[in-house]
Design a protein around this ligand. Structure first.
Ligand code: UDX
Ligand code: UDX
Length: 429
């Protein structure tokens, strides 16, 4: 099939690469000309396992074309995917101006029947607005559809090839058949819904996963008060198949490009249609509170003050296996510690380049050990697998004070305590 992907950011690029690999003919277009220039050379603007290889392979096969000529890409397409960002505004409300802009460009350029499929995460009422915008400019027949993505950064290719399910929102038999054909190589169960339901599935899924995280973090707070251990509680809780053990990892709370933005968007959307989503507001409040509680912990272990103390932050990305700093918990923690007068050393295997753009006055390190030299406190923020291999016998000798705060309950607390470290996790006894 001939596809046009508008917006080759995180989601658009993965979508383009995967569909090209399924032997479709894919144009990836973007308003960012610099990005397109790099992509044409096979340079991927962010770190995502397996993506570079998939793009190179399909560039060579000429099944994948990157271009700034959005009009030409639209004209040839049978299916047009809108994958532009839907960022949150300062007040948490959603900003749909890029999807509206994409709709206008589509309207001006469709010359024959096309299926316009929204992959960007948008409130369920958006389709009608997009339809109106496209119709205003376009005489050719077109239909709308929705194809929400559920991929996680760090495992985006595997998630795309082996998803838990595929949700397709359609308004006609033709749209349904086109999308089923496009996804035929993926073995997962396919759900065909109306467009509004499909879009609500996406918000509901992210809001529910965020809820699980805030819930377990609340239970972790109880653990701290009574001397229970969240790791044990989670094991017992998660082994009930009705509950499940995923997304129950207590820690610093959720960050990233989706959970915070999508919970805020759902709260805003609900407000607009007359429903006060108090429950989800609380999920968000707990998530914000995790940071304040964590700072309290740091102050406590540092005997009330971090002024002029060197604190080492391990892990900056919003989660492991990505260099994405969007809504990363490290940002809030570092800014708060800096306000309190701390000197920050930071190490991350992939995210330093992006972190430098948003966090100033931080000493960044390309290697882990030097970042800990003469440090008063090690703070683990992102659970990169390599942190499990840290040689704490060596660390012991180079740190000024043997103190560790583990924001992801990732390190071996027993081992650390045996080595003489003062250790604190989240809700860990
Ligand atoms: C996507 C979105 O679909 C979002 O709604 C969803 O919740 C998560 O996934 P993401 O791919 O992470 O967002 O965004 P980003 O990496 O910022 O990419 C968006 C791309 O669209 C950028 O490359 C940007 O240059 C491009 N863009 C933006 C356009 O091509 N046209 C525009 O008008 C605006
Ligand atoms: C998420 C959804 O999982 C995905 O389906 C959707 O399409 C996009 O949003 P992503 O943001 O890439 O994916 O990462 P995810 O692995 O879900 O983690 C999000 C945040 O939650 C991270 O900050 C992570 O550290 C945190 N998290 C996750 C927890 O704190 N505890 C957990 O148990 C799981």
């Amino acid at each position: 099939m001939k596809l046009c992907i508008i917006g080759v950011g995180y989601v658009g690029l993965v979508t383009a690469a995967v569909f090209a690999d399924f032997r479709n003919f894919v144009w990836g277009v973007d308003v960012d000309k610099q990005k397109i220039k790099k992509l044409k050379k096979g340079e991927v603007p962010f770190f995502e396992p397996k993506l570079k290889e998939l793009i190179s392979k399909n560039l060579k096969n000429k099944r994948l074309i990157f271009s700034s000529n959005i009009g030409a890409a639209i004209k040839q397409a049978e299916i047009i995917f809108i994958c532009v960002g839907t960022p949150a505004k300062e007040n948490g409300d959603y900003d749909l101006r890029y999807v509206f802009e994409a709709a206008k460009t589509i309207g001006k350029n469709i010359k024959k029947y096309a299926l316009v499929c929204i992959k960007s995460t948008v409130p369920p009422s958006t389709t009608e607005e997009l339809r109106k915008i496209i119709s205003k400019y376009c005489a050719a027949p077109f239909e709308m559809a929705s194809c929400p993505e559920f991929l996680r950064e760090g495992s985006a290719i595997d998630d795309s090839l082996h998803p838990a399910r595929i949700v397709l929102g359609v308004e006609s038999k033709k749209g349904k058949e086109m999308l089923l054909k496009l996804h035929q190589q993926i073995k997962a169960k396919k759900y065909i819904f109306n467009i509004k339901s499909a879009q609500l599935v996406k918000y509901a899924a992210n809001a529910y996963l965020a809820t699980k995280i805030s819930f377990i973090n609340s239970i972790a707070s109880l653990c701290e008060k009574i001397g229970a251990d969240i790791e044990q509680v989670t094991q017992g809780l998660g082994s009930d198949p009705r509950i499940g053990d995923q997304f129950l990892q207590a820690g610093l709370g959720y960050g990233g490009s989706c959970f915070p933005k999508d919970t805020w968007a759902l709260i805003s959307f609900a407000q607009r249609i007359g429903y006060d989503f108090k429950f989800l507001k609380e999920v968000d409040r707990v998530n914000q509170q995790q940071i304040d509680k964590f700072i309290e912990k740091i102050l406590q272990i540092c005997k009330g003050s971090v002024r002029n103390k060197t604190i080492t932050i391990l892990g900056l990305a919003f989660k492991p296996n990505t260099d994405d700093m969007r809504e990363a918990r490290s940002t809030l923690i570092i800014k708060k510690l800096q306000k309190l007068g701390a000197k920050i050393n930071a190490y991350d295997p992939k995210a330093v380049v992006n972190a430098k753009k948003i966090l100033k006055n931080v000493s960044y390190f390309n290697e882990l050990m030097p970042a800990l030299n003469k440090s008063c406190l090690l703070v683990l923020v992102t659970e990169w697998p390599e942190f499990r291999k840290i040689d704490f016998n060596k660390v012991k000798k180079i740190m000024k004070e043997k103190k560790v705060i583990d924001g992801r309950n990732f390190l071996d607390s027993k081992k650390l305590k045996a080595l003489g470290f003062q250790y604190q996790g989240i809700g860990r006894n």
